[in-house]
Design a protein. Structure first.
Length: 104
């Protein structure tokens, strides 16, 4: 599926991404492509909240709700390889996954 990624402070302010859900449930697994980058997302729930792993980027972090753009973007920006546009792309995809009930 294609969707619009948005990022304040990014140029351009919005761009297109594509998301393929590989597995629904807990964990949810998806392939995300945007702006020439590819991310293998593994999103799940644990006893105290949500988490995200992106193995091909060496990323593993806790998340707020999948729709919490601000907090989740801040968590992803801790990673030095993660540019603002990358973080905005990923949090936009997390919101789409939530809207499509990927972890239900």
């Amino acid at each position: 599926m294609t969707f619009t990624c948005k990022g304040n402070g990014c140029s351009p302010r919005q761009w297109e991404g594509s998301l393929e859900i590989l597995q629904s449930g807990n964990p949810c697994e998806a392939e995300l492509c945007a702006r020439g980058s590819r991310y293998h997302l593994i999103v799940g729930k644990h006893s105290y909240g949500n988490y995200l792993c992106i193995p091909n980027w060496d990323v593993g972090t806790e998340l707020s709700s999948l729709t919490d753009i601000f907090w989740n973007e801040e968590r992803l920006r801790y990673y030095s390889r993660m540019k603002k546009a990358d973080a905005c792309t990923i949090v936009s995809a997390l919101k789409v996954l939530a809207e499509h009930g990927c972890m239900n």
